[in-house]
Ligand binder design. Structure first.
Ligand code: RUB
Ligand code: MG
Length: 415
């Protein structure tokens, strides 16, 4: 190849080969620009082109991407695998979700979906446990996992936090999770919270006869996250929580590597995802963010509530299906439904998302009129009723905590 011209990047007849990474974009071309031109500019800027035709000369590997299937506002772009460094999410994202998001050639552009070739997937660790956490780390192999996050999300003293954890575990939830804003603050320091909460977990395991877990938020600067993960493992923890978007993909990959040796499962919280995925015509879809997270190796990830909770969500059901689908042998990821859930919505939620999930509620447990333990029991019973094929109302006849939750919140979705 001696030159790189714009039309090198568009070929309607192109048939992708097995080693290509194929990305689907939604495009709104700038004024005066056709879809074909805009799509070829996307393929160019995200691979080896720029705004001007180039005299590339000799000694250049041909790493051109090609736009090949353009239909209405969608374009597929195929990238040769040699363009990428397998195992480096930052490098891959600098190509397929980099400069192109700000190009004047498009008024808006959204990375919708990716089809990953084996050669790229093999560079990543993927999840250490995935949905196997249900049986390997907990006693929930025949039902959805239940989880709660203490509220208020920040400000609880360590004493109060640990006590709320005890009540929640005693009431029946499997997992206690730190909220995203709680890391290592003076009112509730990380090390003391970890030590005391894990000791409480041990007591509650003895008391209830069930394995319980604590999703400790280790989110911080990368080296500090690794140090915190080691601290958790040293004190008998089996899970850590990482806020994966605010932390960043490279840091997540480093934590995943550390967790391999420590045997810790990673719970991925996704605060800030809406900066990428909330606008349906621009940014990076949650589907793609979930794909990056699976490659990096999280074991659980929040994917929303199929429209039933308090937060706007994109295609929870489709994303969950992708997380469970085969990806060249990589483990699956357990989807977490969270954000405005309460026992009265559980039936509708599990009908929509299936039972291989984690159901997590904050306000829907700690806002129960009779307190946290009653709220936890109501959530667990709602989940069990669904699995048993029993209506919530019928179960509530014998479970006063569930009856009180239904009286309080009904079966409405909150705003
Ligand atoms: C849930 C909570 C979570 C959000 C985020 O509390 O604090 O941070 O649900 O969830 P509550 P997602 O149950 O009181 O709303 O990442 O799925 O949007
Ligand atoms: Mg939260």
């Amino acid at each position: 190849m001696t030159g790189i011209e714009y039309d090198d990047f568009l070929d309607p007849e192109y048939e992708p080969v097995e080693t290509d990474l194929v990305c689907e974009f939604r495009l709104d071309p700038a004024a005066g620009m056709s879809m074909d031109e805009a799509a070829s500019r996307v393929a160019s800027e995200s691979s080896n082109g720029t705004w001007a035709p180039l005299q590339a000369g000799e000694d250049v590997t041909d790493l051109s991407a090609v736009a090949f299937d353009i239909d209405a506002d969608r374009a597929l772009v195929a990238y040769p695998a040699a363009l990428f460094e397998a195992g480096s999410l930052p490098q891959i994202l600098s190509c397929i979700a980099g400069n192109i998001l700000g190009m004047k050639a498009v008024d808006s552009i959204r990375l919708m979906d990716c089809k990953w070739p084996a050669s790229l997937v093999e560079g990543f660790r993927g999840p250490q446990f995935g949905s196997a956490v249900r049986s390997e780390l907990l006693d929930a192999d025949d039902r959805p996992i239940t989880a709660t996050v203490p509220k208020p999300k920040v400000g609880l003293s360590t004493d109060r936090h640990v006590e709320i954890g005890r009540e929640a575990w005693r009431g029946g939830v499997d997992l206690l999770k730190d909220d995203e804003n709680l890391t290592d603050q003076a009112f509730n320091p990380f090390e003391e919270r970890t030590r005391r909460s894990l000791a409480a977990r041990d007591e509650l395991e003895d008391e209830t006869g069930e394995r319980k877990g604590y999703l400790i938020n280790i989110t911080a600067e990368t080296d500090e996250m690794v140090r915190r993960a080691e601290f958790v493992a040293d004190h008998g923890g089996r899970f850590v929580m990482v806020d994966i978007i605010t932390t960043g993909w490279a840091a997540l990959q480093t934590v995943r590597e550390a967790c391999e040796g420590l045997g810790l499962a990673i719970h991925a919280h996704r605060a800030m995802h809406a900066a990428f995925d909330r606008l349906d015509h621009h940014g990076v879809s949650m589907r793609c963010l979930a794909q990056f997270a699976r490659l990096a190796g999280v074991d659980h990830i929040h994917t929303g509530t199929a429209g039933l909770g308090k937060l706007a969500n994109e295609d929870t059901v489709g994303i969950n299906e992708w997380l469970r689908s085969d990806l060249h042998g990589l483990n699956d990821v357990l989807p977490v439904a969270s954000g405005g859930l309460h026992p009265g919505i559980v039936d509708q939620l599990l009908d929509a998302v299936g039972t291989n999930v984690c159901v997590q509620a904050g306000g829907g447990i700690h806002g129960h009129p009779d307190g946290t333990e009653a709220g936890a029991r109501a959530l667990r019973e709602a989940v069990e009723a669904h699995v048993d094929g029993e209506s919530l109302e019928h179960r509530a006849e014998t479970v006063p905590e569930l009856a009180a939750a239904l009286d309080e919140w009904g079966t409405e979705t909150p705003r």
